[in-house]
Design a protein around this ligand. Structure first.
Ligand code: XBP
Ligand code: MG
Length: 234
């Protein structure tokens, strides 16, 4: 196995509990703003998280729960607008201080940088959501340490498709076994493994009951694993 050269960080659920503390709340604010009676409670949102990407998630929900709503001619445009509005509400929640890094994320980043590991962001959320979160939770030095950002706009197919990880490997000019993905979800695990990349899973709240036996290591929080243990994964 080659020497580890880069850590590839997912964002939603991994750096922070963004789905729980941010996106779900923002979706519900958006639905109310659009005059819709739709409301995603925790258990419904858990099911809907199987679809990555907000426009795709809203469309999947409407197909299942309100199929007639799709008959209107501007249904696609309305979903697109809801996605933009959801991201505006999400950014508001971030700026208001509702979303915090998960314990141990900052320490792991600092150790990686001190050991000359490269760090990248590999997410299927939009770049604006990543920028909003990093601006509030990291100082400029740590933000600038990320050499590569692959976000939802960069891919044709979102997680669990491996495309985002393949793009990151290409941008970093690294082989899969020189990198380690850090993820929180089954879709993230499958995306990383589809690209041949090993994975550390730190399940986020919605995915604590999932089967992650295919992962290389699973820990409850970042504080439960040492940096040297991550570097020495077989
Ligand atoms: C992230 C997502 C995203 C977020 C919202 O998945 O599925 O859809 O819920 O992002 P992962 P957008 O953590 O596996 O990358 O609103 O930008 O779509
Ligand atoms: Mg995630």
């Amino acid at each position: 196995m080659s020497q580890l050269k880069a850590l590839l960080f997912d964002v939603d659920g991994t750096l922070a509990e963004t789905e729980h503390d941010g996106h779900r709340v923002a979706f519900n604010r958006t639905f109310a703003e659009h005059g819709l009676s739709w409301h995603w409670n925790e258990s419904r949102y858990r099911e809907l998280l199987e679809t990555s990407g907000s426009s795709e998630r809203i469309a999947a929900y409407v197909r299942s729960d309100h199929p007639h709503w799709l008959n209107q001619t501007d249904a696609t445009a309305r979903i697109k607008q809801m996605h933009l509005d959801k991201n505006r509400h999400y950014a508001g929640l971030v700026v208001a201080g509702n979303i915090h890094l998960r314990p141990g994320v900052m320490a792991l980043l600092r150790q990686a940088i001190a050991q000359n590991l490269r760090v990248a962001i590999v997410t299927t959320t939009h770049r604006s959501n990543v920028d909003a979160l990093l601006a509030v939770t990291l100082d400029a030095e740590l933000r600038n340490a990320f050499q590569v950002f692959v976000t939802g706009e960069d891919v044709a197919r979102k997680k669990p498709d491996p495309e985002c990880y393949q793009l990151a490997l290409h941008a970093l000019k690294l082989a899969p076994d020189e990198t380690l993905a850090i993820e929180d979800s089954p879709n993230g695990l499958n995306a990383a493994h589809g690209a041949g990349i090993r994975s550390v899973i730190v399940p986020s709240v919605y995915f604590r009951d999932c089967d992650f036996t295919a992962a290389d290591i699973v820990v409850r929080e970042f504080t439960d694993v040492s940096f040297s243990a991550l570097c020495q994964l077989p």
